[in-house]
Ligand binder design. Sequence first.
Ligand SMILES: [Zn+2]
Length: 144
Amino acid sequence: MILPIILYKNKILRKKNKNIRLKKNLNKIIKNMFETMYYYKGIGLSAPQIGKNINLFIISINNKKMIFINSKIIKYSKKKIISNEGCLSIPNFYANIKRNKLIKVEYYDNKWEKHNKIFKNNLSIIYQHEYDHIKGKLIIDYLN
Ligand SMILES: [Zn+2]
């Protein structure tokens, strides 16, 4: 099911996003999120963008579907990179954002297996963008 995307002026995007109870069945919401993300041609989508204030986001790069539940960034590299980013919640807007090149993360996948990983470059950037959504932050917040 394709869901409407919550736009940047909506306070839902600024609310706290709660960690999800372990082993909760998220199959339906994850399926709907992928359908919605692909429909709008996004590469990442967070739960608050479809009106759910929970710590869940998805990413699709190189035809690989990735699911991140109860995410946390443990460590950031000092080295930064500039990325030109858009956001499905802010149509027709792009900005250069300074991101950390590498991040060390912790999350659960959709089978509730826990992962500790280091992400770099593109995946690091997209992860940081979606993780910002979980923290109630948007790319417009980086502008002066
Ligand atoms: Zn976004």
